[in-house]
Design a protein around this ligand. Structure first.
Ligand code: HAS
Ligand code: HEM
Length: 557
């Protein structure tokens, strides 16, 4: 790998991890506020919602996007044996860093406390929207360049199966490109003119619908780099082989067609969106769980094979033969903990997706309980592990404090399990999300004091505290490795899993065209009615609804 690319990848890891220190600090602050340990609206001149915005934007948007691009550069270069175009790579990096700085300044100056979902009626300074748009466009530039590299590579290698990691990366960025088109429209056509004062009002339902077109696909953009690691690295790290590469291909293509047309499951409570749209997107949401079920079974089979190769026996006893605490394969620990958390993350996702159950959990603490088991589970742990792996390899430096590095994912997992259990239990008792409960519900001096949520929010605090410690230890290992003396020649060398069964090339699972066509078709079928509802049932035409039923009365005729 060239010095140039090496440095670009290192900057793409260093910048977001540095910002992550602010993101993790605010995670801790939120559990402190919410548990009623303090009864203040702000600490160190940063108010609750400013902190929550920093937390969501840095952890879930900045870190994940930078990481996906850095990991994408490494993956594409490693498997296609050629490097991305330096000019495109540089342009992408500059746009991403400049955009992030603009958005960060807007949030830190208190002019963009709009949360990471940034849809109206909350309004931010234009710098926030423009910065976010630049971050996104920067990631597109990298994607276009990889797509060109892939097309050239494929021309020269028609009969060879495209490496699974390359399929995964391109599927992921195609989802990202298509879904960000909607948010780009929302930002540039609706929000920026409104924020500049050029337009007096904005169609809130339309903006939310466009946001969620992007917003749920976004979670698969976070997830797929981890899936690439589960399929292509984890079996090898465990000492075995991948049970089925074809299953992996099918899973990635299913994500391509199903990640976007399900965004309305975040809007079950929006009265302007009709029942038919909600039903269709609810059913498709169950569909998008299928590639994850395929992954669960394929990876479990690969792990069992690996453990039996190491002498494992019995129905479940083989599990103990897996290399949980081996310092040389520390990545295994990061990835397996992510998978364990995702069992609960996935199950709670299916609860959310169920139309009637969604009524119970929507806007409660159950939702952050769900997503810390997903984005702060398999996604975050894979980012932590891989960022340390790449920094060590690209700088030729040994891991700083390897024993601590091995323990971090276990500590984080214990923390998340306690934290999310507290939030979800509280959520089922009505504890709200996005609320500084220390001011009211958990302030004994307030009339609104609510003793039901004392224990659940204390569990959130305990778990959040453990997560904070694990996060702190990660920073020590990451920066410790970054700044120590090099001791070997820099490389990119992934521990690639072989396939257990000889893999025949099946053309349908080695081509994008039919899948892209299907993707566009399903999106049009699901989103034309959704957008039309958003355009028609708004403003004066907004339908009346009963608080007990989130569907508009108008549709009941
Ligand atoms: Fe979700 C809300 C439904 C997956 C993130 N989700 C959110 C929000 C976030 C988020 C951030 O339908 C909040 C947004 C906001 O701020 O308002 N989600 C789902 C469904 C899935 C799902 C059906 N979500 C994710 C992933 C995320 C994520 C992944 C981040 C990365 N989610 C919802 C819904 C809402 C929602 C509603 C709206 C709620 C509301 O009302 O606001 C599915 O994709 C889940 C499928 C997953 C599985 C699990 C498979 C298990 C695996 C592990 C196997 C383990 C092994 C280990 C092999 C079916 C792969 C074995 C171990 C050994 C030791 C051997
Ligand atoms: C929201 C705590 C790490 C992503 C929250 C909330 C809490 C919390 C309590 C809910 C606040 C509310 O609704 O009022 C923590 C703690 C962490 C941590 C203690 C670790 C020390 C992470 C990580 C990620 C993440 C690593 C992603 C990679 C999010 C997102 C939100 C959130 C996206 C939603 C923000 C919003 O509602 O606008 N966090 N978190 N968190 N967290 Fe975390």
């Amino acid at each position: 790998v060239s010095r140039f690319l090496k440095n670009v990848i290192l900057v793409e890891l260093f910048v977001p991890v540095l910002l992550l220190t602010i993101g993790i600090y605010h995670g801790l602050m939120q559990v402190i506020y919410r548990a009623g340990v303090i009864h203040q609206a702000s600490v160190a001149k940063l108010d609750y919602y400013q902190g929550l915005t920093l937390h969501g934007v840095i952890n879930a948007i900045v870190l994940t996007t930078f990481f996906a691009v850095a990991f994408g550069h490494a993956t594409i270069t490693f498997y296609l044996k050629r490097e991305p175009n330096p000019k495109a790579t540089m342009l992408s990096l500059i746009l991403m860093v400049a955009g992030t700085l603009m958005a960060a300044v807007a949030i830190l100056s208190g002019k963009a406390s709009v949360l990471y979902t940034f849809y109206p009626p909350l309004k931010a300074h234009p710098a926030f929207y423009i910065g976010t748009a630049m971050l996104i466009v920067g990631s597109w530039v990298a994607y276009w360049d990889w797509a060109i590299m892939y097309v050239q590579w494929k021309k020269a290698n028609r009969d060879i199966n495209t490496p699974l990691a390359v399929i995964g990366t391109l599927v992921n960025f195609t989802i990202w490109f298509v879904c960000t088109l909607a948010v780009a429209y929302e930002v540039l056509v609706l929000l920026v003119p409104w924020s500049l004062g050029w337009t007096a009002t904005v169609n809130v339902v339309l903006a939310r619908t466009l946001f969620w077109f992007f917003g749920h696909a976004l979670v698969y953009f976070w997830l797929l780099p981890s899936y690439i690691m589960f399929y292509t690295l984890l079996p090898k790290l465990a000492g075995g082989k991948l049970y089925s590469g074809t299953a992996g291909r099918i899973a990635f293509f299913l994500f391509l067609i199903l990640s976007i047309p399900i965004g309305v499951h975040h809007q079950f409570g929006d009265p302007s969106i009709g029942r038919g749209v909600k039903l269709t997107q609810s059913v498709l949401t169950f569909g998008v769980a299928i590639p994850s079920f395929i992954t669960a079974f394929t990876i479990a089979a690969s792990l069992e094979y690996a453990a039996r190769q190491r002498g494992g026996t019995g129905l479940y006893k083989w599990i103990w033969k897996l290399p949980f605490f081996r310092q040389d394969v520390y990545l295994f620990g990061y990835l397996i903990n992510g998978l364990i958390l995702f069992i609960f993350g996935g199950l709670t996702g299916l609860v959310n997706a169920s139309y009637s159950l969604n009524n119970v959990v929507h806007n409660t603490a159950f939702i952050p309980g769900h997503f810390h088991l997903t984005v702060a589970g398999p996604v975050f742990l894979a980012i932590l592990g891989m960022s340390i792996f790449l920094v060590s390899q690209l700088t030729g430096k040994k891991i700083f404090l390897p024993v601590i590095n091995t323990i971090i994912p276990y500590l984080w997992t214990v923390g998340v399990l306690i934290f999310s259990a507290g939030l979800m239990w509280g959520g089922l008792m009505g504890e709200p999300r996005r609320t500084n409960m220390g001011l009211t519900y958990l302030n004994p001096a307030s009339e609104q004091f609510h003793s039901y949520w004392v224990i659940s929010s204390m569990l959130g605090l305990a778990g959040g505290g453990i997560m904070f410690i694990a996060g702190f230890l990660y920073f020590v290992v990451f920066f410790g490795t970054f700044f120590r003396k090099p001791s070997f020649t820099p490389v990119i060398d992934f521990p690639v899993s072989e396939s257990l069964h000889p893999e025949k090339r099946i053309p349908l699972f080695d081509t994008f065209r039919p899948w892209l066509a299907l993707m566009v078709l399903i999106i049009l079928m699901t989103y034309i009615p959704a957008i039309s509802d958003a355009l028609n049932n708004t403003g004066r035409n907004a339908p009346p609804y009963l608080p007990s039923d989130p569907t508009p009365i108008i549709n009941k005729k």
